[in-house]
Design a protein around this ligand. Structure first.
Ligand SMILES: Cc1cc2nc3c(=O)[nH]c(=O)nc-3n(C[C@H](O)[C@H](O)[C@H](O)COP(=O)(O)O)c2cc1C
Length: 157
């Protein structure tokens, strides 16, 4: 079994990032709150991810909480790399500007956190970015999306 099989089911989020003219989205199951005060939210990215290089250079990211309605988009974004695809164009997801950082937010997100990287901790084949939350907003109560295993998603009722 892989380490993720022990940890699942886990809520899945979409991370948005920007570097120069390029905007990108990555699907993430490895993410967590790390501090109340200051408010810090962590995300773990594999070194091979295009988004890893983007966030390392820009120092910012947005954590977008999505509902189960976006299962198809979450899977597509988690199976295609921004190095080859424009994932905003290829999905129905629309972007709007974050208020506190230079980064896109997903318009369809039910809640989101605008984060500025404070620390990068290299683990094994992933890096944990600890990002201070510069702005947090909840837009609606939604049936949030969880990864059960592989491409199998569900929500909590
Ligand atoms: C349900 C799901 C969860 C995922 N969780 C993570 C994760 O926590 N960390 C990670 O680095 N990649 C994760 N991935 C893989 C990335 O989303 C995938 O490699 C993506 O294509 C990388 O995009 P990028 O190259 O544009 O950054 C996950 C994929 C799926 C489908």
């Amino acid at each position: 079994m892989r380490i993720s099989d022990y940890a699942n089911p886990r809520q899945v989020v979409l991370i948005t990032c920007r570097q120069g003219e390029k905007d990108n989205i990555i699907t993430l199951a490895w993410h967590m709150p790390l501090s109340f005060e200051p408010m810090i939210y962590g995300i773990a990215l594999g070194f091979t991810r295009y988004s890893y290089e983007m966030i390392k250079k820009s120092g910012v990211y947005v954590v977008n909480f999505m509902s189960l309605d976006y299962e198809r988009e979450v899977l597509y974004i988690g199976k295609h790399s921004g190095s080859e695809y424009d994932k905003f164009k290829e999905t129905s997801l629309e972007s709007e500007e974050a208020a506190m950082i230079d980064c896109p937010v997903i318009k369809q997100a039910s809640a989101f956190l605008e984060c500025q990287v404070k620390e990068e901790i290299k683990t094994g084949d992933h890096a944990l970015f600890a990002g201070e939350v510069m702005r947090a907003e909840k837009r609606e109560d939604a049936d949030r999306i969880f990864q059960i295993s592989g491409s199998n998603f569900s929500t909590l009722k």
